[in-house]
Design a protein around this ligand. Sequence first.
Ligand code: ADP
Length: 320
Amino acid sequence: MKRIAVLTSGGDSPGMNPAIRAVVKKAIYHGLEVYGVYRGYEGLMDGDFRRFELKDVGNIIHRGGTILRSSRSERFKTEEGQKVAIDHLQKYNIDGLVVIGGDGSYRGANALHRKGVKTIGLPGTIDNDINGTDFTLGFSTAVNTVMEAVDKIRDTATSHERAFIIEVMGRDAGDIAAWAGLATGAESIFVPENITAKDKMIDRLNKGYERGKKHSIILVAEGIGTAEEFASYIKEKTNYDTRVSVLGHVQRGGSPVAFDRILGATLGGKAVELLMEGVSGKALGLEKNEISIYDYEYVFKEKPKHPIQVLCNLAIELSI
Ligand code: ADP
């Protein structure tokens, strides 16, 4: 293994830059040449490669997003697209590729692996929806971003004695809602993994107000419905002054928190080690505080078994 490359693909996440930095520095430390591939698989097919030196990853450890930029590519899903990409890799004599992205990006990395390109996948997504890892790169930062936003909303909710329904990201996974809900003392959390009865939310709202609560915070992961839908339901059943806030893309940006930087460093470094050993076709993660190494197929087999419901139930118990 003499020359490797790194790309970021799919939805960006804070933590991608620390991971790129780790891949580049670890590779150079061990005498490898390393290339940055711009714009994910689109750049791989266009030959948008650049030799990276240490200075190219200077001053990026604290930056959100990805300096390599990212893309979604239908063309890469075709045999023809993958062939063009492999031709470019061969032209540059690149023996190994680190792919940082979500589940879709792993499918692309798997396709390359099956065609003989050595690839290692790192879980770069805020959603925490990748099997085989307790945490993905960017998830912790997103939870912190939501927590800070909800803290601010709570101030105004208290002043005006309002119920706030806050919609957060998470189409299939309620991890952001569950973690942020627990961190902010939310009264109710609605996640795609479980349709908690809405009438219980009304019960809890009523009891809270009877006890003298001045506000209510309800977190809704986008995959279970919109904040507007939940607000309409509350308005139908109660007289509470209700407001909606949809946090949106603010959740995807921002400087990575310490945990995401460390996860990026750890997994980025490990990816290079594995490529140097000739390993390919593996997705890396962190499970029970150990680096986990799985075949892509294992990751695709099922959704992660994170304890979302346990967190949601606890949040309800603690919001009395
Ligand atoms: P994420 O990686 O965040 O889940 P996507 O699902 O959009 O984001 O996947 C990123 C890219 O990975 C896609 O745009 C496509 O180029 C590539 N990809 C997804 N699925 C496949 C597949 N089955 N075969 C090859 N490439 C794929």
